[in-house]
Design a protein around this ligand. Structure first.
Ligand code: NAD
Length: 330
């Protein structure tokens, strides 16, 4: 099946081509999918996208007119796709629900350690021959309270790892996950979670309900000096509000792999250009902030599974079989 693969990086090309045992005709396109680039998918029944492609109503109308019947996102989250518009245009949307949740949970722990124990700063110092410890003090995680917002697959694995560190784990979710409770996790309201947690980690999807779930009000309510970790979606956090809370010391540290305005920045090398986004520039200027470019999923195991599932979905469409990973209909 002819498939246009947008936002294709070198690793996407290699890994998707390796998974493509069925011989689908893959058209790799480095650009993001936008109304201007949708034309590049002309004649492709399947379109494969990633988190910063803009699969809105306008793009879906263009794709439908060009004969697209499937949008397959190489991600779990699908907040970048207008599922209702896709349905109206008769385009099925699939995602990858089952790929190594360990990849993201382990990375969240890594970010937490990096920001708490200043590992990135220390590494920069030693490269310059500076072995001074001033400014590098962190705190023991053992005995602290970790709040997990969204206790699904990733959140529960993150909670299990933190519980192994000797932390008390509390959670907030719309649904109670027995696996979270089995490891000693206790469900509480979001306000109480913010008030009692030394570390808060976000693992819920971005929806209308969760947009800016961390905002000026919630940050004011949070335990003073606590650390916020976000490996989920940038839109969960009001970034300007975190800058305000970092300035006053209300927020003790911030570790993010996702950023609200990441679409125009992430997954590209901008080191030789002037970055005009003042918010990200302000964020990276704080000594107690660490920012990575949406790489939590980036392990051999996770990417391999993402590519295999994506190919399986395309094959299922071609054969007229049910689509296992179809996103909930709007
Ligand atoms: P999941 O569906 O297993 O878990 C999500 C949990 O969030 C569910 O338990 C759900 O009930 C809960 N939730 C939904 N609305 C909520 C609300 N209003 N308040 C509290 N909890 C709520 O998903 P997952 O596989 O654990 O993935 C979680 C998120 O991680 C994804 O939605 C995606 O945004 C993000 N993610 C990021 C990366 C990355 O590379 N940084 C990779 C994969 C996934």
């Amino acid at each position: 099946m002819k498939t246009a693969v947008f936002s294709a990086r070198r690793y996407d090309k290699t890994m998707l081509a390796n998974a493509n045992q069925e011989g689908h005709e893959l058209r790799f396109i480095e650009d993001r999918l936008t109304p201007a680039t949708a034309v590049l998918a002309t004649g492709c029944e399947a379109v494969c996208v990633f988190v910063n492609d803009s699969v809105d109503a306008e793009v879906l109308a263009l794709l439908a007119a060009q004969g697209t019947r499937l949008v397959a996102t190489r991600s779990t989250g699908y907040n970048h796709i207008d599922a209702a518009a896709a349905e109206q245009h008769g385009i099925a949307v699939v995602r990858v629900t089952d790929y190594s949740p360990h990849s993201v949970a382990e990375f969240a722990v890594g970010l937490l350690l990096a920001v708490n124990r200043k590992i990135a700063r220390a590494s920069v110092r030693t490269r310059e021959g500076n072995f001074d410890l001033d400014g590098l003090m962190g705190f023991d995680l053992h005995g602290k309270t970790v709040g997990v917002i969204g206790t699904g697959k990733i959140g529960t694995i993150f909670a299990r790892i933190m519980s192994g560190f000797g932390c008390t784990v509390v959670g907030h979710d719309k649904f109670h996950n027995p696996a979270f409770e089995a490891l000693g996790g206790r469900y509480i309201g979001i306000d109480e979670l913010l008030e009692c947690s030394d570390v808060v980690s976000l693992h819920c999807p971005l929806t209308e309900e969760t947009h800016h779930i961390v905002n000026a009000d919630s940050l004011a309510r949070a335990k003073r000096g606590s650390i916020l970790v976000n490996t989920s979606r940038g839109g969960l956090v009001d970034t300007e509000a975190t800058i305000g809370a970092l300035k006053t010391g209300q927020l003790g540290g911030l570790a993010i792999d996702v950023y609200e305005q990441e679409a125009s920045l992430f997954f590209q090398d901008l080191s030789s250009t002037i970055i005009t986004d003042d918010v990200i520039q302000r964020l990276v200027s704080f000594p107690n902030v660490i920012v990575t470019g949406h790489q939590a999923f980036f392990t051999v195991e996770a990417i391999g599974q993402i590519m295999r599932t994506t190919i399986e979905s395309i094959t299922a469409l071609e054969r007229g079989e049910p689509l296992r990973d179809r996103v909930p209909r709007a």
